[in-house]
Write a protein that binds this ligand. Structure first.
Ligand code: NAD
Length: 497
């Protein structure tokens, strides 16, 4: 079995404690990873701090910095097939998804920020002239310092790459903490980073208990920023830790996203797009459209097609290119999703299909759940309000647009939404009224490095990607020179006896 060490201060480090990582589609052990305890956490914090304060990374010429980051992108592409296989084995997501989405997108993100950070970091000059003052200010952007990147289990390499590409391009040193369930692709990334020759201590990767690593690093004075993607319950804990020493934090949290399907839509596109929007990655997507609101005029046709196609989704071995849905990530998540379903059934909510573990003998050792569709779900039902993070969708009808918007906005979350219609003008008007950070019109899940991503309300704050997301990883300085008459500003005369 493959063994993975930690990566700290430019060295691969085996520790006395290790954890077995399993394949969620059959519970077989696939690797063993070293676990960080206090000693390694301390080492990572001091190494990242030292690299930032006295290392060369932040002062390196932009062209050299770009070269290093492009090498990481290239390294990912060179190992793309191996990484896709590993990601599918560890996360359980179909190889078609990891091959065509996760891995190439991760490489692309490093490439994009390598090619654009210089432009994003351009200083701004603002000249101010008033009756009493004349001055010139230079607004500059500098790195935050030491940034702790905490990523969830569902897109391990991709979300780590988003955070790392932006943080490194801005000149920071980082400590990356993947989920204990899915650390393998990120530990492979450590090898790529190491062979890129990045100065030691600029990237440190720790695997271990979230509570221990989180508490120690998020309250540590040597850490300047936390970039967190994960659940609301952990997000709340992190905000508690960071409150001890006040630090910049961005929070990309959960969702209960919704689609609106209008009567004039291309029905085939709306059904096919909506299937992807809830069943890709077994529904384990923060932007999963777990609520679909359909105009009553086409509700029957939409539901019929949606349910027929859902029943045909092929569950199976994630490494098989024919597989369309893999397992959930863990026994805990499996039980949680089945509990949501059982409760909904007990409440008498209409189950159109799925709602149980599949009977296929080949799938009995994995954490599989059939793709599940509930219809006409009461607004107060738990499955309607809470994030399930599994392949479970609620489809309801609406009779007018006001009602549709109210239904979509009636959520504690505000991450994403999709609108399916032929009327783009109307879609844009609806988009203005919908509470969500990302609104897709006639599509779903199109993430681009150029575009900011992130929600609000309980879905968190701060952005990833785009110039706006990149600038989160920087501090802004205002450097002002007084150009007043004879270079004597007004304050010269205040106490100037
Ligand atoms: P999680 O919150 O359980 O874990 C996320 C990360 O936090 C992991 O690395 C975990 O080890 C770490 N962690 C656990 N306890 C910690 C603590 N006390 N202090 C610091 N770190 C700690 O989330 P998950 O189950 O891995 O991922 C699913 C959740 O992530 C869902 O709620 C989903 O919506 C959310 N998510 C959000 C986005 C987004 O961009 N908004 C993207 C993906 C996933």
């Amino acid at each position: 079995m493959r063994k993975y060490p930690l990566y700290i201060d430019g060295k691969f480090l085996e520790t006395p404690n290790s954890q077995i990582i399993i394949n969620p589609s059959n519970q077989e052990a696939i690797a063993s990873v070293s676990i960080a305890e206090e000693k390694e956490i301390e080492l990572a914090a001091s190494s990242a701090r030292e690299a930032f304060d006295r290392g060369e990374w932040r002062t390196l010429s932009f062209s050299k910095r770009k070269e290093f980051i492009l090498k990481i992108s290239q390294g990912i592409l060179e190992k793309a097939q191996e990484l896709a296989t590993l990601e599918s084995l560890n996360v359980g997501k179909p190889i078609k998804e990891t091959t065509f989405m996760d891995i190439p997108s991760a490489a692309q993100t490093f490439d994009y920020f390598a090619n654009n950070f210089e432009d994003f970091l351009k200083e701004e000059i603002i000249d101010i002239k008033t009756q009493i003052a004349s001055c010139s200010a230079k607004i500059i952007r500098q790195p935050q310092g030491v940034v702790v990147l905490i990523v969830p289990f569902n897109y391990p390499l991709l979300i780590a790459s988003w955070k790392m590409a932006q943080a490194l391009a801005a000149g920071n040193s980082v400590i990356l903490k993947p989920s204990i369930l899915t650390p393998l692709s990120v530990l492979e990334l450590a090898k790529i980073i190491d062979s890129s020759g990045l100065p030691k201590g600029v990237v440190n990767i720790l695997v271990g208990g979230g509570e221990k690593i989180g508490q120690l690093l998020c309250s540590d004075k040597r850490v300047d920023m936390i970039s967190f993607t994960g659940s609301n319950s952990v997000g709340r804990k992190i905000l508690n830790y960071t409150s001890q020493n006040i630090k910049k934090t961005i929070m990309e949290l959960g969702g209960k996203s919704a689609s609106i399907v209008l009567a004039d839509c291309d029905l085939e596109l709306a059904v096919n797009g909506s299937l992807c929007s809830i069943f890709l990655n077994c529904g384990q997507m923060c932007t999963a459209m777990s609520r679909i609101f359909v105009d009553e005029k086409i509700y029957k046709d939409f539901v019929e097609d949606f349910v027929n196609k859902t029943k045909k989704i092929k569950l199976g071995n994630p490494l098989d290119f024919q597989t369309q849905m893999g397992p959930l990530i863990s026994k805990e998540q499996h039980n949680k999703v089945l509990d949501f379903i059982e409760k909904a059934k007990k409440e008498g909510i209409t189950l159109a299909c799925g709602g149980k573990t599949p009977s296929d003998p080949q799938l009995q050792n994995g954490f599989f759940v059939e793709p599940t569709v509930f219809l006409d779900v009461p607004k107060e039902a738990q499955i309607f309000k809470e994030e399930i993070f599994g392949p479970v969708v609620c489809i309801n009808k609406f009779s007018n647009l006001e009602e549709a918007i109210t239904l979509v906005n009636n959520s504690d979350f505000a991450l994403a939404a999709s609108i399916w219609t032929d009327n783009k003008e109307l879609a844009e008007k609806l988009a203005q009224k919908i509470n969500a950070g990302i609104i897709w019109i006639n599509t779903y899940g199109m993430f681009f490095d150029q575009l900011p991503y992130g929600g609000f309300k309980q879905s968190g704050f701060g952005k990833e990607l785009g110039k706006v997301g990149f600038l989160e990883y920087t501090i802004t300085k205002n450097i002002m020179v007084d150009n007043s008459f004879e270079a004597k500003p007004l304050i010269n005369y205040w106490y100037g006896f």
